[in-house]
Design a protein around this ligand. Sequence first.
Ligand code: HEM
Length: 207
Amino acid sequence: MSKIAPSVIKLRKKQESKTKRKGDLAPNPEMWAALKNGKLLNDILEDFYTQVFADSQLAPFFKDATKQRAIEKQYLFLKGIFTGEKCYFGERPRNAHHWMVISNELFDYREKLMEDTLRKYDLAEPLIEQWIAIDEIYRKQIVKSEAFGKKVGGIEIPAEGYEVDVLTVGSLCDVCEAELSPGDKITYHVRTGKVFCSNCTPENTAL
Ligand code: HEM
């Protein structure tokens, strides 16, 4: 039988330990049971993000994301809150939304869409209130009039803009898919990492 490394055992123990959050973020077994241990949560998020991806106000924020990935991230984020398990390893909401200019009105609009979806799936009213209370905790971190750089290890990473660089390895242009060789000059977006060859610079490309 293969031996499990002590670092893996430590990580597993850490994952298995529950969070000790209080208030609206405290583990909520009643909510998790109503969500059929995640089965209903998945159905709700599938429906919610289908609406989001078809919505003219919300869809533009998701232009570089896939619906499936958005559902998976949100599922683990909410599962982590409702069960108290450490199962979400994605970005915290402040950093995840750092480049998105989201007004209070747009936040309300998304919240209403979520509320209507929860009602459609017959979640009890007190549980809907508890769910919305969680969204509200993050309002202050998400609503803003200007994008800000995300902070990683105390360093602010810029949200928008382009840099020019010279490739040290081969790559592809993300616009025309032309093959690029080491030594080629490229432009890249500082947040998304999207690569533009010298024919497809951001100025002459519809982004
Ligand atoms: C108008 C409001 C909102 C908009 C437009 C929005 C938009 C987005 C977008 C575009 C992503 C990236 C998806 C991807 O890359 O797959 C994202 C990720 C995420 N959002 Fe939101 N969001 C909003 C509100 C919220 C709220 C209220 C919460 C929490 C309660 C939330 C939690 C998250 C989480 C946990 C992620 C995943 C972070 C990661 O990439 O690791 N969002 N959101």
